[in-house]
Write a protein that binds this ligand. Sequence first.
Ligand SMILES: C[S@@+](CC[C@H](N)C(=O)[O-])C[C@H]1O[C@@H](n2cnc3c(N)ncnc32)[C@H](O)[C@@H]1O
Length: 258
Amino acid sequence: MMIAYLRYLVNSGSRHSVHSPFVYTLVDKVLRNKSENPAFHDIMKIRHKLLHKTQVIEITDFGVGANQKDYSHRFERVSSLARKSSVSTKHGRLLFRLVEFFRPQTIIELGTSLGISTLYLALANPKAKVYTIEGCSTKSEQAATSFNALKLSNIEQNIGRFDLVLPDVVKQAGNLDFAFIDGNHTYEATVENFKILLSIANNDTVFVFDDIHWSAGMQKAWNEISDHERVTVSIDLFRFGIVFLRKELSKQKFVIRF
Ligand SMILES: C[S@@+](CC[C@H](N)C(=O)[O-])C[C@H]1O[C@@H](n2cnc3c(N)ncnc32)[C@H](O)[C@@H]1O
């Protein structure tokens, strides 16, 4: 990852090195947007509560096998889960701004965990329907408490392994405007889940992948996804990778400092 990061630092540019008007606007209005929003305060309060929650819960840990059939149970403090697995404030705000900017109506998230990223997605556009999937039911319960605390009614929680649940969610959603893929960080699952989601994607669908340089497998998945025939523009922000399918854009890969 260190080498990948050094490569990223050398290759990444600022908005001034971007010659695509679409990407320039995105960098200017979304990536470099530092404005506050009242929702950030609400999410910060929830995050803070979780970071101080001493309750120990039994969680399901998914293995790293291709179809994640290996899983085990262990006990962990909610505070520790919140610290280790939730999206950072910086990247959560980016998710929020992407949704605020593109106004997707149908959002699918893979990997709810305690629901912090889901809060950013759902609060950015209360009119959007957010389908979020999590394999561990106890984490899902914790997330539900946070969604209820903010009285959010635009989130549909789905509990189960992605390979078992995603096909049904895709059928139910029927259309996809925005996807956040943040779970099962293996090459096979990432590419497979992308292909399943592509079946309901439209010209304007935005895909955001987490941890694209986390492992050799994730790097391979990112390379393959950004090379995919339906993908036109890809943006590597090191932690997040964003892809667009817009046919009106010419195929180009961007590496942008974030
Ligand atoms: C990094 S965490 C998600 C964090 C969350 N998006 C946030 O930022 O608040 C990834 C989650 O994906 C779940 N997960 C991993 N593999 C899975 C699978 N195959 N099926 C269902 N859930 C899975 C894990 O249980 C974990 O809670």
